[in-house]
Design a protein around this ligand. Structure first.
Ligand code: E4P
Length: 285
């Protein structure tokens, strides 16, 4: 049995990784395809007085043993007002050595993409905190000719649209996933995989499966609800109905410009980077 999307767990607790993997296998599936983590999720479990980075490293090492054939996302972290692209590249080069199946999360900002342009030639990347189709256009172009060239093999590039945080603001977050997939598919190259993130409920999963989002990352609580319902899959005529949420229309965007010419700004990206830093900083202190 299989899903049209790769299934990841979103969290900071290896026990959840193990349980989700076991549930999938018991259900006749091959198990989890990967794991996403972020500073907030890691900070939530960190005991006081622990060295934050060591704790992050130990956590992803445990996760990596549970799903050695999946990818585990590890994020770069820093004070948004001073974190440079050079520092991000240096953190990426260090974090990628932590485990054999790591993938480095970089923010969807100008500096994050400066770092991505360099690091995607060395290792796989996951561009996080994505909230708009135009940001996704920049990610596509910034990594287009570079990612496949790495040592004769293709380093994976993911983009993570955060659907739940857009829903929280009254916008239909899943439209961003649909729009990015449509734009990438129209262009004909699929070197950037669309990872539906910030999932809050089962309809998010069903619509992401219906759209054939390349990957879906699911927090354990929602995963459990979906599993308890028998890993429901959407029917062909599935209707994702979200009364009250404002639709985000598709835009015609050409993917042939310099990536720096696309508008990379989104308020939620800035808020997200700051929140990750604040949560992380709280355990570092
Ligand atoms: C993805 O990689 C992130 O960890 C994520 O899905 C965060 O979602 P949230 O909006 O629930 O914090």
């Amino acid at each position: 049995m299989y899903f049209p999307s790769r299934i990841f767990i979103d969290g900071g607790d290896p026990a959840e990784t193990k349980e989700a993997d076991t549930i999938l296998k018991k259900g006749g599936y091959h198990g989890l395809d990967g794991q996403t983590t972020n500073p907030t999720l890691i900070a939530k479990r960190a005991p006081s007085g622990v060295k934050a980075l060591d704790f992050y490293k130990d956590t992803v090492r445990e996760m990596s043993k549970i799903i050695p054939n999946g990818t585990i996302s590890i994020q770069v972290i820093g004070d948004p007002s001073t974190l440079t692209s050079e520092e991000m590249v240096s953190q990426a080069r260090d974090r990628i050595t932590w485990i054999p199946n790591g993938i480095i999360k970089l923010p969807c900002t100008q500096k994050g993409l400066d770092a991505a342009e360099i690091f995607c030639k060395e290792g796989p990347i996951n561009i996080t905190l994505n909230f708009s189709q135009e940001q996704a256009a920049a990610v596509y172009v910034a990594t287009l000719r570079l990612a496949p060239l790495a040592q004769g093999k293709r380093n994976e590039v993911y983009i993570s649209p955060f659907v739940g945080r857009l829903d929280d603001k009254g916008e239909k977050g899943m439209d961003v996933v649909a729009n990015i997939l449509e734009m990438y598919r129209a262009f004909g190259d699929s070197h950037v995989k669309v990872l539906t993130a910030s999932v809050r409920n089962v309809p998010h999963i069903l619509y992401a499966l219906w759209l054939k989002s390349d990957i879906i990352t699911i927090p354990f609580k929602v995963f459990k609800e979906w599993a308890d319902g028998g890993f429901l899959q959407p029917p062909k005529d599935y209707l994702y109905d979200t009364p009250g949420l404002t639709e985000i229309p598709y835009r015609e965007i050409n993917l042939d410009q310099d990536w720096k010419s696309y508008d990379l700004h989104h308020d939620l990206t800035d808020v997200g980077i700051q929140r990750f830093w604040d949560d992380w900083n709280a355990i570092v202190k």
